[in-house]
Write a protein that binds this ligand. Structure first.
Ligand SMILES: *Cc1c(COP(=O)(O)O)cnc(C)c1O
Length: 361
């Protein structure tokens, strides 16, 4: 098998840079569980300030940020209102189910639902029904295409939620991509939310971690869940140092990932039989449909891998490409050329009606 030269599978595929590794090597460390790791403490303070919240907590992963936050907010029979494509519903191994919470999926547009759709989904209080409890927003929407929730939509949705006394949680795995794409600062997006988190291991280019933020009281409770879930660490400053480095050096450069995604999307959109909704290419993701070219997404994935390009199928018809720190603009162009080459080399067949359930990667 050819070595992968250009890896567009996900923005989780980055290697820590030499400068990031140096920052990790130099980090002052202690025991985070006694609140004595100065580097972990510094990262938590920095993220709390960035998001305008009282406190923050380093977690081993974004998934643990979501499950701990939802565990604090919800009990058995409580219902979470969120988009049907959301990561918490499709890609976190059913963790919500472990908590006894229910999900009310909303049929949004590219991962983004409206205030009216939320209003219609809230249940009137009734002994027989689940309790509407938590509203979740995923910024950016991963399965929606890396789409950015406009501030106005967030303001509309959060207003409805507050009128109904609902709690607000943001899965901000790629909040900083939204910040860079829109020019709206993180604090402004975060303001209406009771809890939210950012991922260190996506666009920021760190090897590990997520940071959850909220009120002091919320973080105190999240700490207990972190302990309970086995997420409490020791000298976690070694991870936190990468996060601190990335917050200082890797936010502005995300604009380059977005430009590279656009470059790839526009080249691929011009190829015969390929369809890309360019409107949804707002950040670092490109979903493209190859069924019109008479090949399956799996054939495309395999053909690309043979050329040293990794892009993963999400269904029989569509693939997802994601740009990041380790992808240059010439890589993006080369990857698009590889898509063209696969189209030219692969025998066509009739593959209408093949669309299968999409995986959320
Ligand atoms: C990646 C991702 C997560 C989970 O984060 P991990 O750090 O991989 O556990 C949650 N939500 C969204 C939208 C994601 O893309």
């Amino acid at each position: 098998m050819t070595d992968i030269r250009i890896n567009l599978h996900s923005d989780t595929q980055t290697q820590p840079t030499p400068a990031m590794k140096e920052a990790m090597m130099a980090a002052e460390l202690g025991d985070e569980q006694s609140l004595n790791d100065p580097t972990a403490n510094a990262l938590q303070e920095k993220v709390a300030a960035l998001l305008g919240k009282e406190a923050a907590l380093l977690m081993p992963s974004g998934t643990m940020c979501n499950v701990a936050a939802i565990a604090v907010h919800c009990k058995t029979g409580d219902e979470i209102l969120c988009d049907k494509t959301s990561h918490i519903v499709n890609a976190e191994a059913g963790g919500i189910g472990m908590l006894g919470a229910m999900v009310r999926p909303i049929d949004g547009d590219n991962g983004i639902y409206t205030a009216d759709q939320l209003e219609a989904a809230v249940r009137p209080a009734r002994r027989h029904a689940p309790n509407s409890k938590l509203v979740e927003v995923e910024q950016t929407s991963n399965a929606g295409g890396g789409t950015v929730w406009p501030l106005k939509t967030i303001q509309g949705v959060t207003k409805v939620a507050k009128e109904h006394g609902l709690i607000l949680h943001m899965d901000g795995a790629r909040l900083l991509n939204a910040v860079v794409a829109s020019g709206v600062d993180a604090k402004t997006y975060a303001e209406p939310f009771d809890s939210l988190w950012i991922d260190l291991s996506k666009g920021l280019g760190c090897p590990i971690g997520g940071v959850l933020a909220g009120s002091k009281d919320f973080i105190e409770q999240a700490w207990q869940w972190k302990q309970r879930l086995g997420g409490a660490m020791r000298q976690s400053g070694i991870i936190a140092a990468a996060g601190l480095y990335a917050l200082d050096h890797h936010i502005d450069r995300i604009a380059q990932d977005h430009a590279n995604a656009r470059l790839f999307a526009e080249k691929v959109a011009n190829l015969p039989g390929i369809s890309v909704d360019l409107e949804t290419v707002q950040t670092n993701m490109i979903f493209f449909d190859v069924s019109g070219a008479g090949i399956t997404a799996q054939q495309m994935e395999k053909g690309l891998a043979e050329q040293g390009v990794k892009i993963s199928a999400v269904s029989n018809a569509r693939l997802r490409a994601v740009t990041h720190l380790d992808v240059t603009s010439s890589d993006a162009e080369e990857a698009a050329d590889a898509v063209r080459a696969v189209l030219e080399q692969t025998p066509k067949s009739d593959i209408s009606q093949i669309a299968t359930t999409e995986q959320v990667l």
